[in-house]
Design a protein around this ligand. Sequence first.
Ligand SMILES: C[S@@+](CC[C@H](N)C(=O)[O-])C[C@H]1O[C@@H](n2cnc3c(N)ncnc32)[C@H](O)[C@@H]1O
Length: 206
Amino acid sequence: MDRLRAVLGEAQARGFLGAAPLDEHVEHARGFVDALGAAVFAGAAVVDLGSGGGLPGLIVADEVPDARVQLLDGSAVRSAFLRWAVEVLGWDARVSVLGARAEEVGRRAAMRSSADIVVARGFASPGATAECAAPMLRVGGWLVVSDPPGGGAAAGRWPVEGCRSVGLVPERHLCAPRAYTVLQQVAPCPDRYPRRVGIPAKRPLF
Ligand SMILES: C[S@@+](CC[C@H](N)C(=O)[O-])C[C@H]1O[C@@H](n2cnc3c(N)ncnc32)[C@H](O)[C@@H]1O
């Protein structure tokens, strides 16, 4: 954990992680594992959508050593940092970096329906997050997303019909001590998603 904290401190120094105390970031990232349960993450193929400075993906990798984690980020600077972090941590065998836009990755045949779990913290609006995550998820897989503190409006943020349009169903909203929504991929994401780069954020499905 010391080495991981040093890496996260470096992410913060470079402005890839918010200014809150590192412990808060780490606890928030651990909440993704707790939201589904560590047993579901065991051995899973996990994609961290918009990993930035490495959260929550690096914490998932730390907590669940047999998970195979892909840290995805469209920023060349951030993905270079993530590659450095994986090397420093010696996790190359089980953690990899996808330096590309999620809309492009979601159209790659090898990535389609390939993930057991997608996690997303601060990636995009709910509609854009669902559209970018669903194409990568196998049927039966899970999307875990953090919601704003309190989580009171989570049901409104994740409308059932909107989620269903990409094959997802909201399973539960957790609000204390931190807010997350857990969705399950119950049907394959239609081939027309994700739309072109930038369109999910510009014209969100919901
Ligand atoms: C607000 S940061 C959150 C970073 C990290 N998950 C965290 O919680 O600290 C959002 C990240 O998503 C990445 N991002 C945004 N849209 C993207 C897209 N369409 N494809 C790939 N990465 C994207 C950005 O480059 C940025 O690093």
